[in-house]
Design a protein around this ligand. Structure first.
Ligand code: WTA
Length: 631
């Protein structure tokens, strides 16, 4: 399917070729896909205007690549294996033929309800096969999907629907997560009070939670699919037509809709999938992410399916019914590749090795990590206890905006080092810069991580606001894409990501903007002002620390804390809840009114003496109060 690199020397050759002749390199990779019409020009780009086009003029549909073209060769092979939250519930296998049929059928349901090419469709669902089917059905008819993670609040859903002006929402009655049952449809109902653009809601059944179905607007998935045929030719898409929007947090303002387009994203997600994991035919690939995040888009759905792989979708959580669940799933389905996040690894590690006893993990060939820096201790535990010292670990660095993995070892080929994402993948041209944007050359250095040349999976725009895309990614440093991450390049030229250098916190691998959390806290009656920073957290990587000024002497701090947590849950969702809330009477501000977050970060990290220069503060005495009350 996709060419695979087979030796380290070949990686170096391919890498050099991809830098010397990027267009030639990617054109060759793209030949391995099915195009209805060939592209006329491989690349057009200008970072100053945030304009990148790959495979210009090429016509295709990603679902023909993910489904139709496999029917003749592997129609009866499992495309998706689904494992329930409940270990007693039978798993489901959808072969390529079955998945193709279900996608076409649901695509016809969408059409029946008026969906057409270019429409935006919001998907808010649990990790059930219908979620993958919904995503692919949108792509089939050229509608742009916007998947919203099932843990977000009604307000967050409403903001995303309104930003993209979605006309259809696809959801479920509810979802199962561990021993919890979470209502989804009623959350959508709450959101839709604010969303006049939505005409139709399609509801699939999962939990049998009672739901209210609005006449004329809401329909049941199961009823609708009975009314349509399962023949649905794919819409012809231009390489640069939008495929999906995925909202992600940044330093300022509301989450922005990262836009990916059809051709380049397909080529990039698939090429990186095939190469980084060194996927071999018939292997079972288990990515533990949720499809609500980019990792799920690229490495549960599109990358594996476009490569003709078998992808495992898991509905549940790593600790239900106990902390051995991942190992049970691996044992049961004879998983070859496990791709998970450091948070999950650290959490499972904290339970000790008792949950590994009697679990047969011998099917594993490759282990992956994504979403946050992996500390050495977790890396070593993963290597020794899960990989038994025999499975290469690929620590993959990338972002929602990059569409696919950017810095990563190639499994079994690139020599690894704990904590290092190692080397750039073919086509990825990195640059470290200082604050002024000067390139930092040589090895044994660190700086801000930038990318100087486009790759096919690069963000195309932020939905509805192209200027924001230019400002956020292409303006900090001239003619460079700025990642927002700090990075070190060691003596061997190996890259290690050190974390965000902007006001984004990475909590359990989820990106959360400090400004968003502050806004949510400030919405609470009685809160005057707040400042949020990240601090090191043993399991989550980073925790959320909030400093809050309330308007009068608080009588019941515990209650106020609970109220604030409830506000954040309501405005954003439980993932953004602060771990610590410290009530303060003032914040360290400069004379011009800017909060000195550097000081707040130090205090949150547990620093009490080395706070640094406070002489520019309007009122340096607040620092003592803050240190005195630190949690
Ligand atoms: C962080 C997730 C260190 C980084 C695919 C990045 C990582 C942000 C790694 C993107 C890694 C991701 N090592 N840090 N291997 N992978 N990150 O958009 O800070 O949810 O900017 O994409 O996660 O998060 P996002």
């Amino acid at each position: 399917m996709n060419p695979q690199i087979t030796s380290f020397q070949q990686y170096q050759e391919v890498y050099n070729q991809s830098v010397n002749d990027p267009e030639g390199f990617w054109a060759e990779v793209a030949q391995n896909f099915q195009w209805r019409k060939p592209w006329k020009k491989t690349l057009e780009w200008d970072f100053a205007t945030a304009n990148t086009k790959w495979f210009v003029g090429g016509k295709m549909n990603i679902t023909e690549n993910a489904l139709d073209r496999h029917l003749a060769t592997r129609g009866d092979q499992a495309a998706i294996i689904w494992e329930s939250n409940d270990p007693e519930e039978e798993s489901i296998t959808l072969t390529y033929k079955m998945l193709h049929q279900k996608v076409c059928q649901f695509a016809n349901v969408l059409k029946k309800h008026g969906a057409k090419k270019g429409d935006r469709i919001c998907i808010y669902m649990p990790m059930i096969p219908e979620l993958a089917i919904a995503v692919l059905a949108c792509a089939r008819i050229g509608a742009i999907h916007s998947v919203v993670f099932g843990g977000f609040s009604a307000q967050s859903i409403a903001d995303r629907i309104n930003d993209a002006q979605c006309n259809i929402v696809i959801t479920s009655d509810g979802s199962f997560r561990g021993n919890k049952e979470i209502a989804l449809k009623s959350t959508v109902d709450d959101a839709l009070i604010q969303c006049p653009s939505v005409q139709k809601v399609i509801v699939s059944t999962r939990t049998r939670t009672p739901v209210s179905m609005l006449k004329g607007r809401d329909v049941w998935w199961e009823n609708e699919v009975k009314t349509v045929s399962s023949d649905c030719p794919a819409e012809e898409m231009d390489s640069e037509d939008m495929l999906f929007i995925l909202y992600t947090s940044g330093s300022t303002g509301k989450p922005k809709g990262v836009v990916h387009t059809c051709g380049g994203y397909m080529v990039y997600a698939t090429y990186t999938f095939a190469n980084v994991f060194q996927y071999q035919p018939e292997q079972i690939h288990f990515c533990t992410a949720d499809i609500g995040w980019i990792t799920g888009h690229s490495y549960i759905v599109y990358g594996p399916l476009c490569h003709g792989a078998t992808t495992l979708m898991f509905e549940g959580i790593p600790t239900y019914p106990d902390a051995g669940r991942f190992w049970d799933v691996i044992d049961k389905h004879k998983v070859d590749i496990l791709y998970t996040a450091p948070t999950a690894i650290r959490s499972l590690m904290s339970f000790g090795n008792q949950f590994l006893e009697n679990k047969d993990l011998s099917s594993l060939k490759t282990l992956g990590s994504v979403g946050e820096p992996i500390n050495e201790e977790a890396w070593n535990w993963y290597n020794e206890n899960i990989g038994k010292g025999k499975c290469p670990i690929v620590d993959t660095w990338w972002q929602t905006e990059t569409g696919g993995m950017m810095i990563s070892p190639i499994a079994g080929i690139t020599p690894t080092k704990p904590g290092y994402a190692t080397l750039p993948l073919p086509g990825v041209q990195l640059m470290l810069v200082d604050e002024q944007g000067n390139e930092i050359l040589g090895n044994g250095v660190s700086g801000n991580l930038c990318i100087k040349f486009p790759w096919p999976g690069i963000i195309r725009t932020t939905y509805g606001d192209h200027e924001r895309c230019i400002q956020t990614y292409f303006s900090t440093y001239k003619n460079l894409y700025f990642t927002g991450d700090g990075c070190l390049r060691d003596e061997d030229g190996y890259y290690r990501i050190t974390g965000r250098v902007d006001d984004v916190i990475n909590v359990s691998g989820h990106r959360i903007g400090t400004a968003e959390v502050e806004n949510a806290i400030n919405m609470h009656l009685g809160v005057i002002e707040s400042a949020v920073v990240g601090y090191p957290h043993d399991i989550k990587g980073q925790g959320i620390y909030a400093y809050v000024i309330c308007d009068k002497d608080l009588e019941d701090k515990d209650l106020a804390r609970k109220d604030i947590l409830a506000s954040v849950t309501r405005v954003i969702g439980p993932i953004a809840k602060p771990d610590k809330i410290q009530f303060v009477s003032g914040l360290p501000k400069t004379r011009s009114g800017k909060i000195m977050r550097r000081i707040l970060r130090k205090v949150a990290e547990g620093e009490t003496s080395n706070i640094g220069d406070t002489s520019t503060l309007l009122d340096p005495s607040v620092v003592e109060e803050i240190i005195g009350g630190a949690l």
